[in-house]
Design a protein around this ligand. Sequence first.
Ligand code: ADP
Length: 635
Amino acid sequence: MTDEKTGAPHAFQADVARLLHLMVHSIYSDRDIFIRELVSNGADACEKLRYEALTQPGLIFDENGFAIRITVDEDKHQIIVADNGIGMNEAELVSALGTIASSGTRAFLDKLVEGGNDDGAKGAELIGQFGIGFYSSFMVASKVTVETRKAGTQEGFAWESDGKGTYTIRALSLEDAPANGTRVILHLNDDGRPYAAPGRLAQIVREHSSAIAIPVDVIEKDGEEPYRVAEGSALWTRAKSDITPEEYTDCYRSLAGQLDEPAMTFHWRAEGRQEYSVLAFIPGSRPLDLFEPARKGRGKLYVRRVLITQDADLLPGWLRFVRLIVDSSDLPLNVSREMIQDSPVFAAIRKGIVNHVLQDLTKLAENDLETFQNIWANFGAVLKEALYEDPERRDQLFKLVRFASSKSSEQVRTLTDYIADLRPNQTAIYFITGDNHKRLEKSPQIEGFKSRGIEVLLLSDPVDAFWVSTAVGFDGKLFKSVTQGSAEINNIPLLDGHKDPSHETSREVAALLGYMKQTLSESVDDVCASERLSESAACLVAPAHARDRRLEHILAQGGLGCISKPVLEINPSHPLITALARRFSTSEDLSLIEDTAWLIHDEARVADGEPPVDATQFIERLTRVMTRAAQAPSQ
Ligand code: ADP
């Protein structure tokens, strides 16, 4: 840091500079967002002070209570947003307004560039998600001054910047510093000046005030009386019948930092052994960091309207997409945040919330399938994590889960649908795992199942490989991978018009399989005739004793375990195989047969989305075989 007394310039952290540049030059739509961000920062500051004052009541000395005051001066082209919250000391100013703490910021910046520099709406949509709201001030201001005094201190500081790479911090005399809290002074640029027109800010705040738990006053001109534009009454404490859909949407937006509509709103009050109110939302679209490892289930926890923490561990990871406020009447206020979250009351609330959300989702699936499908498309992959992580909830979840299958490429099939459509003699629920469901649909391994009308679930989310390995079954039927062990589907009748591909393996073919097993032994565990192929010549499956191949691959990527050799299954009635078997029984020259054996094996890998074992050799073999085919006399 440089000399703060003289206000010498500090450079912004590189990411901030980059962000500011983009903010000013590319995000031009929905500038209104800046006022929401500043009001929300002011409200956060008040809520933080309210919490600190639980143990140090002397910190609050504004007897009028908490409030945010917006002063507009059209003549001076200025807007001032002041709060009587916690304030910042010098070090906090540097870290809060000179750096970006959020690890997701780089992702944000990259997204912004990816979306095209002029994609303003997209940018605005992303701002809230990364906790970089304050910097949006520079969309409307050519200079921003932040005057602040940390509660309980006798020092004030002013932070100032034109958003072009540097900022200054200087000490303020006590007369110049706010008596308490923070004043953000925006010196409006050309784009920002219209916001100083009478009534404009009041209207924006009114429209977006429902989530603000602190009252907001506006003064249209210095010296005039303030008037209240938002009561700061917490939405969740109000009766459902008094709340409009717009108020819910607005609350969702400020909670989620997203600008879309919530897909589902939950608002209930639990009464009985524990009393608490819950207001929760399922977003209308996926947040960007949904699959970041650090992303946890979090929610805002209030105790009797005092905000305890923004990040309470109120939800399991598999509900991390739900945005949530909980206000408890029973939790103790005078202990630490950690102790609150360790208490049995907290555990009971957590459990109650999960139950309620799952019950409502189940009802939604029954009553409003379209909305449910939309939620499933966005968050099904996350919900499915519960099948693995929370075995106690598995049966409840099985009622909700939707799958794509060989019967529908959309994720619409339930396990109950599957059971209702079982074929005669079918005793298992068949599935195939992989990373791309379009490819799974065309997998050779499911051909024989299709020709028997047996439905195969297409599982393409990474979590699928895990839960199917531990879930025992559903409705008395085991889950069975179609890429593992023998298929055992011969006693399930073929559909009309389908030929059984698995008729007797001739002596010639049996001899060829023996040769192939020997030739390919370094890559495969076995080569055998298949029951599951009807069109393709070959496919790879896991031996009966090994793990599902997809699971093995995921674990091996993470350094856990190695990949076992697969079994190469051959379609004994495929013309390539019968012709090759004939040649094998009559020809002395095995070079073509050896090349073809390897090519069949590599083709089966490619069908599974894997590369050939050795690309150079693959090319050499393919070229040799094609050359021979081209040189053969035409028929
Ligand atoms: P976010 O509010 O999402 O953390 P911001 O960029 O809006 O992101 O603010 C960064 C940080 O600056 C806040 O986390 C807070 O610590 C601090 N801050 C901003 N405005 C205020 C304020 N009015 N009073 C106290 N601290 C503030």
